[in-house]
Design a protein around this ligand. Structure first.
Ligand SMILES: [Zn+2]
Length: 104
């Protein structure tokens, strides 16, 4: 494994632990100057495997409207998997084009 990779910004990319998903890290290269991230083939395969293992299920839902607010109904099997209860507080993390809901 190469120690450094030259970045387009003229900085250097060093091997480091890169966040590939909310709270999930994997090996990659990160530029010390601009923060750009790159993976070699093996690092990419590792990162994809970690991501796959972290995802338990994916469900598709249709958003609804109640009293002028958009609502998202959580299916029963997701509710039991997450052990969510009525009235429980959750944290909503909004990333570039996704949203994560986690217990507080
Ligand atoms: Zn850079």
């Amino acid at each position: 494994m190469k120690k450094y990779i030259k970045c387009d910004c003229s900085g250097y990319m060093k091997p480091s632990n890169v966040e590939i998903m909310h709270g999930l890290f994997s090996e990659g290269y990160k530029c010390e100057k601009c923060g750009e991230v790159e993976f070699n083939g093996e690092q990419m395969r590792k990162a994809l495997r970690k991501k796959e293992e972290a995802i338990k299920m994916v469900v598709t839902r249709r958003l609804g409207m109640v009293g002028g607010s958009l609502i998202l109904r959580i299916p029963k099997h997701v509710e039991s998997e997450m052990k969510f209860k009525d009235g429980e507080e959750v944290r909503v993390i909004v990333e570039k084009n996704k949203m994560i809901i986690e217990p507080v």
